[in-house]
Write a protein that binds this ligand. Sequence first.
Ligand code: ZN
Length: 136
Amino acid sequence: MQKIEHIGIAVKNIEESNKLFAKLLNTEHYKMEAVESEGVVTSFFQVGEVKIELLQATKESSAIHSFVEKKGEGVHHIAFAVQDVNTELERLKTEGFDAIHQEAKDGADGKVIAFLHPKSTNRVLTEICSDKYVTE
Ligand code: ZN
């Protein structure tokens, strides 16, 4: 793993939270993006090298919806940048981690992503991600 790429925070109302985090971080969000497959809308703030990703559910079947229902708003996941998601996923599975996604899928902000199940990571929902357009 290369670095923490972003920290995901589940919120109820992304418009309200955009205002709150703009004040907290003293910077405006630089983009908003819906991820239909996850039933979420996201917004991103840049804080030095690390991003803050706010996530609001857009449907009841969304994992963010059930998270907020169960636990309320707050830190949802930590995302680590990796060289290649599929290679890293294979390494992690070999190490005994439980993958939610069996291969890289499209995420927000030009990334491909995969999640590990929190039951295998001390309850820290862990995402790995890399840039979508890597030519090598
Ligand atoms: Zn994320």
